[in-house]
Design a protein around this ligand. Structure first.
Ligand code: BTN
Length: 251
């Protein structure tokens, strides 16, 4: 049974928020949890999770939108202050956090596509978005949970926990992801998270095509994950560090 909508009750919200060490703002429907969390950060709010049952204008990375059918995904944004890391680095660490949060539910991950897409065998299951906002780091995560069908535009590359045979309660998943994000924010765990990121990467040692805003795409071999989270790509013209590009795995 999915219990996320219990958060509509202020008493449940407050008890659950106390357990997770932050305020919880729940919306049956909102444009984007990320926009709302960034607004709270700009207004100086304390640690908060904004969570929604439905988004009408969810953002993906770059200029992409994040599509989600009502009631079927975990859609949430967390504010951290001080920022535990630069957005580019924390987005990578948060990908590892999601991967780890899914394991207690029996989800055997295929791995992480740089910088932070969590993949199961049949496609992308989750994405992460990070913004530095008014001294906060705002991290937004979308996880496809119970959809049986996906919109045509993403059906070839995305999957859901339900399609992979997992029946997951979004409230329990919210708690696990929060615990793993807190662990990822602790510098003492940085080294171990990097070991995991490298081990679980499905991008490293593959031929890739990199597209960065305002530049011509280039191809090369992904050879390393730098300590700041950048992907290092070997090309015929030398090594390139990719910080914020889109990467397509060629083979
Ligand atoms: C990506 O892979 O492109 C990142 C997707 C991030 C989606 C989440 S859903 C919750 C939060 N609110 C948003 O508008 N976006 C993030």
């Amino acid at each position: 049974m999915d219990r996320l909508a219990l958060l509509a009750d202020p008493a449940v919200r407050s008890a659950f928020g106390n357990e997770l060490g932050r305020a919880i703002e729940y919306h049956a429907s909102i444009g984007s949890t990320q926009d709302r969390a960034r607004e709270l950060a700009r207004n100086g709010a304390g640690p908060t999770i904004v969570v929604a049952d439905q988004q009408t204008a969810g953002h993906g990375r770059g200029e992409k939108s994040w599509l989600s059918e009502p009631g079927a995904s975990l859609l949430a944004s967390w504010t951290f202050r001080p920022a535990p890391a630069e957005p580019g680095l924390f987005t990578l660490l948060a990908g590892v956090a999601v991967l780890k949060a899914l394991r207690p539910f029996g989800v055997a991950d295929r791995g992480l596509k740089w910088p932070n897409d969590v993949w199961l065998t049949n496609g992308k299951i989750a994405g992460v978005l990070a913004h530095g906002t008014a001294g906060h780091l705002v991290i937004g995560i979308g996880i496809n949970v119970s959809q049986r069908e996906l919109p045509r535009t993403i059906a070839d590359t995305a999957t859901t926990l339900a399609r992979a045979g997992h029946d997951v309660d979004r409230l329990a998943l919210l708690a696990r992801v929060t615990e793993e994000l807190d662990a990822a924010a602790d510098p003492a765990n940085r080294e171990a998270l990097f070991v995991e990121a490298r081990k679980r990467s499905i991008t490293l040692h593959r031929e890739v095509e990199v597209s960065e805003a305002g530049a011509a795409p280039f191809r090369g071999t992904a050879i390393a994950l730098a300590d700041d989270g950048a992907l290092v790509v070997e090309t015929p013209y030398g090594q390139q560090r990719v910080i914020a590009g889109e990467v397509r795995i060629l083979g």
